[in-house]
Design a protein around this ligand. Structure first.
Ligand code: ADP
Ligand code: MG
Length: 294
């Protein structure tokens, strides 16, 4: 069988050769790519223009956000290059070869508490940087947290700024679209009362819950929106009761459980900020001692 010749790229000659697929998400396929001139490897997010028709602004926004933040913190993926052809948009990132946090949690069952705290401290530090830079991520979840290398102690990186927004003001009720991934979305998103940076702290609570327990509080298959926009009140009650009772939580310290429930504060105005959560006793000390609770 002969391959038909591809139409010539419309704008730039392709400087990369793409290889195996690294992952895919809602709008994109991410492939390993080698820069032909330098032989350097990157991760290339390939976005089909047809699929994005009418939503091109989303990609422009992703690029704008990445330009603003992607070199200022070691735990946020760096955008190196972007270009387009007749059919696709390409965003070239640092290659993270260690896979998604999601797969590591699944492989381990759950994380040991000190390891979970170390990861959460790093991610929360990067979230604080984002928020200080006027960016809300809105899609924090273990599928969008990548390890730089396959090493056990590899750096963790925040990726996928496809749903993020630039938000200069501290107000937490400026954004109104329903967006995100249901199991990680804060109640104010469903309630459509307006949302902002606090949604990232809620998601951090869900991620921390998942790290410690090995399952998510608001299960992926669960209809998160439900009745009258109040799904999460019941869910939070459930989250807290799971935190106390289930066998999965018996080796987890009270401090860690408190950390999770504080992130899962229903009212976004009273939910602590990233800066406050970094001061939480679960994360604050460099070498916390995880004395099991009596
Ligand atoms: P989407 O917006 O479609 O969710 P993402 O940016 O999250 O796209 O990328 C989809 C998947 O591709 C990620 O979940 C991850 O598995 C993989 N991926 C993304 N960026 C990189 C990267 N820099 N290095 C390695 N793999 C990546
Ligand atoms: Mg993604």
């Amino acid at each position: 069988e002969h391959l038909l010749p591809m139409p010539a790229p419309a704008t730039v000659p392709c400087q990369y050769r793409t290889g195996k697929t690294l992952g895919s998400g809602t709008y994109a396929i991410v492939k390993e790519a080698v820069h032909i001139k330098t032989g350097k490897y990157y991760a290339c997010k390939v976005i089909n223009k047809k699929l994005m028709e009418g939503r091109e602004f989303m990609v422009r926004n992703e690029i704008a956000v990445l330009k603003r933040i992607s070199t200022g913190n070691p735990n946020i993926v760096t955008l190196h290059d972007y270009f387009e052809t007749a059919n696709n948009l390409y965003l070239c990132f640092d290659l993270c070869t260690g896979g998604e946090l999601f797969d590591r949690i699944c492989a381990k069952g759950n994380y040991h508490e000190p390891d979970a705290a170390a990861l959460v401290r790093t991610i929360m530090g990067a979230v604080k940087y984002l928020h200080d830079s006027g960016v809300v991520h809105r899609d924090l979840k273990p599928e969008n947290l990548l390890f730089r290398t396959p090493a056990e102690d590899a750096d963790i990186m925040i990726a996928d700024f496809g749903l993020s927004r630039i938000m200069e003001e501290e107000k937490f009720h400026l954004l109104t679209e329903i967006c995100g991934t249901p199991g990680y979305m804060a109640p104010e998103i469903f309630k459509k009362t307006g949302h902002g940076k606090p949604v990232d702290i809620w998601a951090m609570g869900v991620i921390t819950y998942f790290l410690l327990a090995g399952y998510t509080p608001f299960g992926p298959g669960q209809p998160a929106a439900g009745d009258g926009g109040h799904p999460c009140r019941g869910l939070q009650v459930r989250a807290s009761s799971c935190l106390c009772s289930a066998e999965y939580w018996e080796n987890v310290s009270e401090t860690a459980k408190k950390f999770v429930s504080e992130c899962l504060t229903i009212d976004p105005a009273s939910r602590p900020t990233a800066a406050e959560m970094l001061q939480h006793s679960w994360l604050a000390s460099e070498r916390p001692h995880f004395v099991p609770d009596p």
